[in-house]
Design a protein. Structure first.
Length: 276
């Protein structure tokens, strides 16, 4: 269990690693990984109780990355939690490496092959139903992107989660407001989200998704209500932590140049120095 300052330090270190592995591998989703890494930080270091020793056990919580295209953030956090080595992670996107641009179960710590987006919530709902049928006390957590909410299977899954009263299901929306080519409200409008989620029978909390203290607090309040799925709208900044990447749609899949990489690392190092 990490305290507030330790979590803040972890988030900055994770951002440096994300930039490093994307820069060196020559591929990756930079800005979206930076927006969601605080969520993964709090989950894996304080909430989930998933580790390499218990990962193959039936009796544990589950985490499904439905927002699969930002797998670099997940790889970074799993590596820090000793699921694999830094040397393994350095093979990202290399020939014959299992470390590819979307989640794969060939890597220890990855729960399911979820592709780019749109499929993980359905899997998470099935897992939560399974726990209910087996009278198991465990929870299933899943992370979605806001651009992912254009996928029809997501809304089918919301209906099922509500119907089966899955209070053991925790759905997190990385609401950074941008998707592949622009703002979500320009590409395919999804608001009013709260009204839509309520109409689908979900219990909602809204937090600053880049605040480790707010995330820690909301995760410890789950379930928000018995017999209802818990949904967290995590308002984030796409590209969080690096000034020239924040809220810039071009960085959805953009790779940093040598100059941009060094500048980004320098910014994060300054933030780290101010914390230490």
């Amino acid at each position: 269990m990490l305290n507030h300052k330790e979590l803040q330090i972890k988030s900055l270190e994770y951002r440096k690693t994300i930039l490093e592995i994307i820069f060196k591998s020559g591929a990756g989703h930079t800005a979206g990984s930076l927006s969601c890494v605080d969520i993964l930080n709090v989950l894996y270091n304080n909430i989930l109780n998933i580790n390499p020793k218990n990962f193959n056990s039936i009796d544990r919580n589950r985490y499904v990355q439905s927002k699969g295209h930002t797998v670099e953030a997940l790889y970074t956090v799993l590596c820090d939690n000793n699921f694999f080595t830094e040397e393994d992670l350095s093979t990202l996107n290399k020939f014959n490496s299992h470390f590819i641009g979307h989640p794969t179960r060939k890597i220890l710590g990855i729960e399911h092959n979820t592709g780019a987006l749109g499929h993980g919530l359905s899997v998470a709902v099935g897992m939560a139903i399974g726990f209910k049928l087996d009278n198991k006390p465990f929870k299933v957590y899943t992370l979605l992107g806001d651009g992912e909410l254009s996928e029809g299977s997501i809304w089918e899954s919301f209906l099922s989660a509500s119907k089966y009263k899955l209070d053991n299901l925790v759905i997190i929306i990385d609401r950074n407001g941008l998707q592949i080519t622009g703002k979500t409200e320009e590409v395919n409008p999804i608001e009013p989200l709260k009204d839509k989620f309520l109409s689908f029978g979900l219990n909602i909390q809204e937090v600053n998704g880049n605040s480790v203290s707010e995330l820690n607090k909301v995760f410890n309040a789950i379930p928000f209500n018995n017999n209802q799925p818990s949904l967290i709208i995590a308002n984030t900044i796409k590209g969080k932590g690096v000034s020239f990447i924040e809220n810039q749609v071009v960085w959805h899949h953009k790779l940093p140049s040598d100059e941009e990489y060094n500048k980004a690392i320098k910014e994060l190092d300054i933030q780290l120095e101010n914390l230490l």
